[in-house]
Design a protein around this ligand. Structure first.
Ligand code: ADP
Length: 620
């Protein structure tokens, strides 16, 4: 890059040597800049020239009184009006386009004015100097560019010479003499104008380059800043990840220590029993006592075996080796097996717990899944439910909807505190507060169960209230099988019997998919549906639509909940039946909905058959 301004010649800047124009877009930018920078000087020059031109009118009076009328016509009717016109035009937008041409004309007009005066009175030498003033003003003062100024200068001289020769008033020698002066003035003017413009252009060119370099530096700075920001973000992210990994490692380490301590305790307890009672057998000879001791050894042995199975399972899950063996089996058969088993469990009998079962599909329906693993999960949940319930009942079963089975195991046991809920699905975690010596476990059951359910494509979750009980849920997507379609058809045939095309049901439900489900479930009945997305909308719908025959009311809704909406609707139309849709196992919701005035309730996820039957009760 050139750094010394001296090195910038017209050629090195790519300028046209005659017109001094830039070769590209730069020319336009330069001219705009040049006009902008010239306007003030140009206007001052014009005012001054007009004043001088007028003042010289006094000279006419004194020097050539007999020609004054003619001279004043030249000054005041020709030159000054033209200069004033250009001055006025310099305030218009139009000026930018033709300003150089107008300045050229001004040069020529002012010059030819003087020429006319010289030719009229050639012996009046003072006026020859006037022409020199015009040349100097034209080349240096009015900001005419080099090329235009040169053209105007030479034209002015040409006009002067031509008119002088034609008029023949000036002595040839005088004419030659003045030409010496005027040609010199023109050459000097041209040279000066050339360098003035060249420097103006060089300044512009350098400025432009400077700006470009500055832009580059700024851009480099911006890129650098951006890079620093990105790198810092990456490092911060990496730090966060490292901290998380470290915490995870510490947690697993803690888990492992906890697990080992737990396992050691778990294994020692039954081993103590086994060894202790075996020792007792050695010394005993009463057959009843021996039999009792053997029973204790067997129980402890089974406990140990369960523990070993759990450890094997968790190791398989950890290593990703758990395999599912799918086969088709009778779903209700499995459920009944579990029912009988737990009803006769000694712990259940001792606590006098009632084991209830609810099945959604008719007997004989077969599904395809890993029966053993499904049984293991249910067994685990039921065992926990019985273990952590001192009195009351345990209810287990499933619902079927859209190829998904939702299993649940509900108990009226000790429940789980809010802050413990997160933990219980984690490995080796037990809730210390709800465990009594009889309820000891390894803390692996739920981890294994959840992992099995996940491997089967489902998920496990729970709801619980401390002191009231818990419900564990898991869902299981199943492939539609023939026997299930048979069941679905069976539902449809029941549906076909109902035709409610003249009835209208208001569905108050904020979740679009739930509304869609209701809509699809009722499609065959031809019933008219009105959808309200909040409790408030439901109240308004009842107010505005007397044709509504029944309301399906979701309890949890935004703006106004289902209970408040029910109360308001019952005030408007006390006899309009309202069926609450409550979350499955939320006992509080059911009671509250009846209290608020609902005529009935149905649990979600909705059982299609029960749902239609319930609606039929109020519509038919
Ligand atoms: P454990 O072998 O200890 O039962 P789990 O993984 O099955 O291991 O359960 C973890 C912990 O979760 C239990 O120790 C218990 O504190 C709590 N828990 C599990 N099921 C229930 C339930 N139905 N009611 C109350 N607490 C439960």
């Amino acid at each position: 890059m050139k750094s010394d301004p001296q090195q910038y010649t017209a050629g090195s800047m790519g300028l046209n040597p005659v017109t001094l124009s830039f070769p590209d877009e730069t020319e336009r930018h330069f001219l705009r800049r040049y006009l902008h920078d010239s306007l003030f000087q140009l206007r001052v020059a014009f005012v001054l020239i007009v004043l001088l031109y007028a003042l010289f009118g006094f000279l006419d009076l004194m020097k050539v009184p007999e020609h004054v009328a003619y001279f004043h016509r030249i000054r005041f009717a020709y030159v000054i009006p033209f200069l004033l016109l250009v001055y006025v035009l310099s305030f218009t937008k139009f000026f930018a386009r033709v300003w150089q041409e107008l300045l050229m004309l001004s040069f020529i007009v002012a010059g030819s004015g003087i020429a006319l005066m010289i030719i009229e009175v050639p012996e009046n030498f003072a006026y020859y100097g006037g022409m020199m003033l015009i040349f100097s003003a034209g080349y240096f003062f009015i900001k005419l560019r080099f090329f235009a100024a040169s053209v105007a200068g030479w034209l002015t001289l040409l006009i002067f010479d031509a008119v002088a020769i034609v008029a023949g008033t000036i002595e040839p020698l005088t004419l030659v003499t003045v030409n010496f002066f005027y040609i010199s003035a023109n050459v000097i003017g041209m040279m000066a104008a050339y360098y003035i413009e060249l420097y103006a252009r060089r300044d512009f060119y350098l400025n432009k380059q400077l700006t470009q370099e500055q832009e580059k530096v700024l851009e480099a700075n911006r890129t650098l800043e951006q890079k620093v920001v990105e790198r810092t973000a990456q490092l911060t992210q990496r730090n966060i990840e490292l901290i998380a990994a470290k915490e995870q490692a510490e947690r697993s380490d803690n888990f492992k220590s906890l697990f080992l301590a737990n396992m050691s305790h778990e294994i020692r307890t039954p081993m103590n029993g086994i060894l202790g009672f075996a020792e007792l057998i050695r010394g005993a000879d009463d057959p009843t006592e021996i039999a009792e001791n053997v029973d204790v050894i067997i129980t402890n042995g089974k406990h140990l075996l369960d523990l070993i199975n759990d450890i094997v399972d968790i190791s398989k899950i950890e290593a990703g080796l758990m395999e599912l063996k799918k086969r088709t089996f009778d779903l209700n058969g499995l459920m009944r097996e579990l029912h009988v088993f737990f009803e006769n469990d000694p712990m259940v009998l001792r606590k006098n717990l009632e084991i209830r079962m609810c099945l959604d599909l008719p007997d004989g329906v077969r599904i395809t899944a890993d029966r053993m693993r499904l049984k293991q999960v249910l067994d685990n949940l039921l065992k926990n439910a019985c273990k952590f319930t001192r009195q009351g009942h345990v209810e287990f079963g499933y619902r079927y909807q859209n190829d998904i089975l939702v299993f649940s195991v509900k108990d009226t046991g000790v429940g789980i505190a809010e802050e413990e809920k997160e933990m219980i699905f984690q490995r080796f975690m037990q809730v210390a507060t709800n465990i009594t010596p009889n309820e000891e476990g390894s803390g692996l059951g739920l981890t294994i169960s959840k992992a099995i359910v996940n491997a089967m494509g489902g998920d496990m979750w729970m709801e619980s209230t401390l002191g009231e009980g818990s419900t564990f849920y898991f869902n299981l997507p199943i492939e539609p099988s023939e026997s299930i379609s048979l069941h679905t058809d069976f539902q449809h045939t029941t549906l076909m019997e109902s035709n409610w095309s003249d009835k209208t049901i208001l569905v108050a439900e904020d979740v679009a998919t739930n509304y869609l489900l209701v809509k699809k479930s009722l499609r065959k009945t031809d019933v008219q549906l009105v959808w309200a997305k909040t409790g408030l909308e439901a109240v308004e719908a009842v107010q505005n639509n007397p044709a509504i025959d029944l309301v399906l009311m979701d309890i949890r809704m935004p703006v106004m909940n289902g209970l408040d909406a029910t109360r308001e609707i019952k005030e408007l139309r006390p006899n309009l039946p309202i069926i609450a849709q409550t979350a499955y196992a939320m006992d509080g919701d059911r009671e509250n909905s009846i209290e608020a005035g609902c005529d009935d309730y149905i649990s979600k996820p909705i059982n299609l058959k029960l749902f239609i039957e319930l609606i039929a009760k109020y519509l038919d």
